[in-house]
Structures are given as C-alpha cells and as structure tokens.
Design a protein around this ligand. Structure first.
Ligand code: GLU
Length: 273
C-alpha cells in the first residue's frame, strides 16, 4: 500500500480559491494538469472545510487518490464546495471536473451526470436526539418532522419510496439539519449512515443513530455527462484503490471507530453510460 493516502489528512490540503473565473471546458477529465473536484464542506469524516480553508475527510482522500492515479498531484487539485443541490449544475457548467460528495447514483441523476463507481455503498439510517424513545425504524417517521439537505435524495427514500408520511423540512445542508435536531426544531435526520456517524462522533451525548438501515446508497464519482473514457479511467482507479489496500486503510481511518460494518471489497460497478 502506498503511504501517501494515509498521510493526507495530516498534510491537510489547502483549498485554492473557488472563484478562479473561467469555466473549464466540459470535455473529458483525462489528460488534465489540474482538476477541480466538488466535495462537501460541512460533513465531518467525509468532506469538511477547516478554519484555514483545508478540506479533509474520506471523500476528500478518495478524490485525491483518484486524481493521483489519473496523473494529477495533490497540489494540482482544487477543491470546490458543492451542496447536495449544486452537484449536477456544477458538473454541467464545468465549474468542477468531478464530484466526490456522498453522491448517490440514482436513475434520475443518471440522466444528467455520468457516474463512475460506486466507490462505496452506504446505507440510509436515522439520527435522533439521545432521549428520543419513539423512533426506532423508518415507519416511526410518519407524522414526525424530518430534515433533509436540499437536493438530497434521502427524503424520497422515506416518503416517495416507502410511503412514510413524514413532515419534510429542508435546510441547505445536513449540518444545518443536525443543528435543527439539536435545537428541537425537527425530530429526525435521515440520510446515509456514514454522514450520520460523522455527526454523532462530534457530539456523542446529544444524538443516537437508530441503527435500522433501509437502503443501499451507491456513492458515485460524478463526471460530465457523456465523459465515458474519463468515467472508465476513474473506475480503474477505484479498482486499484481497493486492490492495493488504500480503500480499506481510508475506510478504517475515517470510520474505524464508528461501529459501522465497513465493507472493504471493491463494490460492483454500475458501468459508465
Ligand atoms: N447520498 C444521498 C444523496 O446523494 C444523501 C447525501 C447527500 O445528499 O449528499 O442524495
């Protein structure tokens, strides 16, 4: 295994300005000297921007690893914050070359974005206040105030796909949902277990995860629609990342003390299309 990936969180990668002006063209991400990669900025353990502008987390390290395998050094990677609602547009407009941002591959999104991966399969679960006793399962969200980050797919999983009549409240990001949960403005936040675990690790006494996972969230690497050669190169990079042990090391480093069951074998790819 290469040691670079493990050293990255320590050598926090500085974000360059997100406002560099000209849009990159929307051709293939292959052959670039630099890459702009969209990541989350408010999700601990996945994509988090620190006080001096550096981004850290599993998605950030996966992005750097893929970039390096595509021939782009960490110093030539520019991280750009994307919220859930901004991901498709950021790719479409060429503001980013790639999105690695807890981005589930869904049939609807596949009409706008080409997805490599998945590089991991998370599962949707539910975060509640530690003293909440009446929510133990997705069905218990009926009639309760449920928060999701705008543009996320998590409420659809509950309300649209399972027909559970939760009262949806949206916030711009999941960190704002978690603040609303803490302040009693909502009753639950339901999204991917990796996201919830990151927030739980930050405030162990305030919350609990109900531990009743009910979906498979295939985390894809979004690339510009139709960039099939770029997508295939990213898939090769993900395969190599698993085969040389980097993926397992990163999963253990970021989520090893969450108690989650980490799957360390390469996920079944969706195929670039
Ligand atoms: N993975 C889900 C999604 O892509 C929820 C998390 C998020 O919005 O980033 O919709």
């Amino acid at each position: 295994m290469r040691s670079r990936a493990l050293a990255l969180p320590m050598a926090a990668v500085l974000a360059l300005s997100a406002c560099t002006g000209a849009l990159s063209d929307t051709g293939s991400l292959l052959g670039r000297d630099t890459l702009r990669i969209g990541v989350k900025a408010d999700q601990p353990g996945l994509g988090l921007r620190g006080p001096s502008g550096e981004f850290t987390g599993f998605d950030v390290d996966v992005a750097l690893d893929i970039a390096e395998r595509l021939g782009v050094e960490p110093a030539d990677v520019e991280f750009v914050e994307v919220t859930s609602a901004e991901r498709e547009e950021a790719l479409r407009e060429g503001r980013v070359d790639m999105v690695v941002a807890t981005y589930s591959i869904t049939p609807a999104r596949k009409t706008e974005v080409t997805f490599a991966g998945p590089y991991y399969v998370a599962h949707q679960d539910i975060l509640v206040r530690a003293d909440e006793r009446s929510i133990d399962d997705v069905r218990d969200l009926a009639g309760r105030r449920l928060c999701q980050g705008e543009g996320s797919n998590s409420a659809t999983r509950v309300i649209g796909e399972r027909g559970v009549a939760a009262r949806l409240i949206e916030a711009p990001t999941y960190s704002e949902c978690v603040t609303m949960l803490e302040e009693g403005e909502v009753d639950a936040v339901s999204t991917d277990d990796l996201i919830l675990a990151g927030f739980l690790l930050r405030s162990r006494d305030a919350f609990r995860i109900v531990n009743a996972p009910f979906t498979d969230e295939k985390y894809g690497v979004g690339v510009a629609e139709g960039d099939l050669s770029g997508c295939e190169a990213v898939n090769r990079a993900i395969t190599d990342m698993y085969q040389d042990g980097t993926a397992e090391a990163l999963l253990r480093m970021w989520f090893g003390d969450t108690g989650l069951d980490l799957v360390t074998s390469v996920p079944q790819f969706e195929g670039c299309s």
